[in-house]
Ligand binder design. Structure first.
Ligand code: PGA
Length: 257
């Protein structure tokens, strides 16, 4: 489906989470390369686990598909056992990095402040951050979830120069929709995307905020992708479960072409 009104380039990313050994990753990428049509009119990004980055980057090196990591540390190097730096990710041909995914926020203590440090470090290393925000079910039902999302955006992106803003992708992922099969309706998602765009305008000004991509994530599937991607402020999708299967991910990418 062509979205003639949109000037922003669609970005569809697959977040593989802690799935796929190197050999499994290779099989998935080979399957994708067989299924996919020419996708050079949009940005397609694969985010395998760290251990498979190098092999996946190698397999897609002659295509327009790009590779991203799922997290990183903000320091360049040092005594930080278990961590990976932006430079190391660039070294294995990463172009993107997911930051502040709700699983990292909920299970591993990620905060807006740490996401902010990581986003700045990523940009300094020419990695494009995909900065995730989103409310929990409890926050949607009991609290002012709009204020929570606005705060996540403002704090996660504080102090970043406006000239760098277009390199940043924001992903709106309502936590209640992740891995649950329960996606936000296109109208619910569009409402929050418009709210996020307003926060981005406040941070970076109209010109830059207007060019920033905002992805939706949370149970994006072949049967709901086109409608979600058809919303005026939804510029792409961050896909978990359905990105682990070549046919399903291909169908979602095709909905964005
Ligand atoms: P899901 O995950 O598509 O499996 O809901 C999305 C995400 O966590 O990025």
């Amino acid at each position: 489906m062509k979205h003639l009104m949109k000037t922003r380039r669609t970005i569809i990313a697959g977040n593989w989470k802690m799935f796929k050994t190197v050999n499994e990753a290779e099989a998935l990428v080979k399957g994708l390369l067989l299924e996919l049509p020419d996708v050079s009119s949009i940005d397609v990004v694969l985010c395998p686990p760290f251990t498979a980055l190098s092999r996946v980057a190698d397999l897609v090196s002659n295509t327009s598909i790009r590779v991203g990591a799922q997290d990183m540390h903000w320091e360049k190097e040092g005594a930080f056992t278990g961590e990976i730096s932006a430079t190391m990710l660039r070294d294995v041909y990463c172009r993107y990095v997911i930051l502040g995914h709700s699983e990292r926020r909920q299970l591993f203590g990620e905060t807006n402040e740490s996401v902010n440090r990581k986003a700045k470090a990523a940009l300094s290393a020419s990695l494009r951050p995909i900065v995730c925000v989103g409310e929990t079910l409890d926050e949607r039902e009991k609290k002012d979830f709009r204020a929570i999302i606005t705060r996540q955006v403002k704090e996660s992106l504080a102090g970043i120069p406006a000239e760098q803003a277009e390199e940043i992708v924001v992903a709106y992922e309502p936590v209640w929709a992740i891995g649950t099969g329960r996606n936000a309706t296109p109208a619910q998602a569009q409402e929050v995307h418009a709210l996020i765009r307003t926060s981005l305008v406040a941070l970076f000004g109209d010109k830059y905020a207007g060019n920033m991509r905002i992805q939706y994530g949370g149970s994006v599937k072949p049967n709901n992708a086109a409608e979600l991607l058809g919303q005026p402020d939804i510029d792409g999708a961050l896909v978990g479960g359905a990105s682990l299967e070549a046919r399903a991910f291909t169908a979602i990418i095709k909905a964005g072409l």
